[in-house]
Design a protein around this ligand. Sequence first.
Ligand code: NDP
Length: 327
Amino acid sequence: MFDAIVIEKSQSGQHVARSEVTFAALQEGEVAVDVAWSTLNYKDALAITGSAPVVRNFPMVPGIDFAGTVAESRHPDYAVGDRVVLNGWGVGEKHWGGLAARAQVPGDWLVRLPDSLSARQAMAIGTAGYTAMLCVMALEEQGLTPDHGEIVVTGAAGGVGSVATALLAARGFRVAAVTGRASEGDYLKRLGAASIVDRAELQGALRPLNKERWAGAVDVTGGALLANLLSMMKYRGVVAACGLAAGMDLPSSVAPFILRGVRLIGVDSVMCPKSERERAWDKLSRELDLALLETMTTEIPMDHVIETAPKFLEGTVRGRIVVPVAG
Ligand code: NDP
């Protein structure tokens, strides 16, 4: 038996509890992993609270990512004792996830943990931080450099936003951090933000075009906020969009695209090809200041996972949350 958070659904609704689960219940996969650390991401909060249909089959162990050590392997690339990290691939949605002491997955879903990162640090980065790196890579693939101008990061005090702010500032970009929480201004400055923008400033009436302000953007919000950002991008600006914290819709117009050549790049971490994941994790291990990462990180025990999840939906989580799973 192993320790896990389990989501069940019955006629009376969804029930989530910490319980003991039998190894035999694990889904098929060539590699069994002793999970050491997991984390909570926005999507885990949606799954645990049941506020969006993230979970596709029940019972489900949530946790879209984990880091740990290979316990059994029938995959040629992995041997017992290898340190691995997993993000996405439907884990925690349709395949049992990381908020459990044991996971079993296809070996091709795993990425080898870079030597310089502990399992705890890997989960402090987690899917949020790995997605932040995918966003930064997307901006740079479009040729964006610090000379082009300021980069705006939305949801800056959250998980993706905090890591994106730190990564971009470390590369010499001037970062404008958008937050709805004025109280997080000092925190964001410590991560490297050059200026703090009140979220309300970007939630005004929508216009096809506004004064040109930013060369690039990492957006975790979607909705009217993303539409406003698009209208404020400089000529040939680049927006990496990865989230929906403000909404699924995009009430924009084609004006930024056809009159300013603005580029809107979608970023998905879940089905991202393995080679790109490996590149992102390698870059994270070399470029992210681990002392700064620690300042973004809060540790909670397994027993607090269920009560902490709603805080993501309230937008009150700062940075990243890690959960020790082993033992
Ligand atoms: P967090 O909850 O840690 O951060 C989200 C932040 O967004 C909040 O901290 C808050 O920041 C801001 N925010 C919250 N509500 C609103 C709102 N109504 N309007 C505007 N801003 C708001 O979540 P994550 O950083 O982990 O994830 C952010 C988004 O990215 C989520 O939508 C998530 O689903 C998505 N995501 C997508 C991935 C992909 O593969 N495409 C992978 C990972 C995440 P502040 O208070 O500073 O304004």
